[in-house]
Design a protein around this ligand. Structure first.
Ligand SMILES: Cc1cc2nc3c(=O)[nH]c(=O)nc-3n(C[C@H](O)[C@H](O)[C@H](O)COP(=O)(O)O)c2cc1C
Ligand code: SF4
Ligand code: SF4
Length: 251
């Protein structure tokens, strides 16, 4: 049996969760869904493998770019667990969407996880999560998934969410201020190729998925989203984010 992580993690929270879940799995191969240069059609997983697919929830749904890349991979009927990572508000239809696209990739979903990570736009929500306690719990979930994967007789888990999925809302498009040194790192790392090397200070609104990677990796903190819009968004979700949410396993 081979082990894979298929992860879309623009700012690192989702990757932390995937690593914690797979801590007890032997030799996990990483497939990064944020690399725009990768030809995902060329990726074919070994038969009888165990896979974790992890994505963040953006507005209660999964990033379409990541889902499309996942669907191109040949899963060869391997078993998989899906993990949604969210910033302590809600993840609504993200898991059912991930389930559908995992099936499009030819994978069999045997378990699902929801896990909380620091909100990648409004960092005061779920600050520091996943913390040590979360990681221990996620590792336990990973062990349970491993046990289920080796048993021949397994039932499909009940995964929460609705079809048709929630509609994705309009995102925030970051731009650089005058401190930008035109180093080009953000253009190189943007999962959606929304930043042109010819005009590094702006992002192409038609391509940007508001993932916040450029904001989080800019070495001089020049790339930002509007403070005013962030304030409005923060106030709108304050109530929903107030109670600390628990990680969940559906198995
Ligand atoms: C555009 C966008 C939309 C988001 N929408 C939600 C949401 O609906 N619910 C929520 O709880 N967190 C939301 N978040 C927070 C992320 O799901 C969370 O921070 C996640 O850990 C980000 O993954 P990453 O660190 O791998 O980039 C959103 C973040 C972004 C950038
Ligand atoms: S990473 Fe920052 S400094 Fe470098 S080009 Fe992008 S915005 Fe400018
Ligand atoms: S330009 Fe948009 S899609 Fe590209 S890294 Fe920045 S927020 Fe993400």
């Amino acid at each position: 049996m081979k082990y894979y992580q298929i992860v879309f993690s623009p700012t690192g929270g989702t990757e932390k969760v995937a690593k914690a879940v797979t801590r007890s799995w032997p030799q996990v191969e990483m497939i990064d869904l944020s690399a725009s240069a990768t030809n995902y059609k060329d990726i074919s997983l070994e038969k009888n493998s165990l896979v974790i697919i992890a994505m963040p929830s953006f507005g209660g749904v999964a990033p379409q770019l990541a889902l499309n890349r996942l669907a191109m991979i040949k899963g060869n009927e391997s078993k998989c667990a899906i993990a949604v990572v969210y910033g302590n508000r809600a993840y609504e239809d993200t898991l059912v969407q991930m389930e559908d696209y995992a099936q499009k990739a030819g994978l069999q979903v045997i378990a699902a996880i929801s896990a909380v990570a620091e909100h990648s736009i409004i960092h005061k929500y779920a600050t520091g999560r996943p913390n040590l306690e979360d990681c221990k719990e996620l590792e336990k979930f990973g062990k349970q998934i491993l046990e289920k994967a080796v048993s021949d007789d397994w039932l499909k888990p009940h995964i929460p969410g609705n079809r048709p999925y929630k509609k994705a809302g309009a995102g925030m498009v970051p731009k650089a201020d005058s401190s930008c040194t035109v180093c080009g790192l953000c253009a190189l790392k943007c999962p959606a190729e929304a930043i042109s090397m010819d005009n590094l200070k702006i992002s192409d609104k038609s391509k940007c998925i508001s993932c916040m990677r450029c904001v989080s990796i800019c070495p001089v903190h020049a790339r930002k989203v509007s403070r005013f819009i962030t304030f409005i968004a923060s106030s709108a979700i304050k109530k929903a984010c107030s109670a600390e949410k628990a990680n969940e396993l559906y198995i």
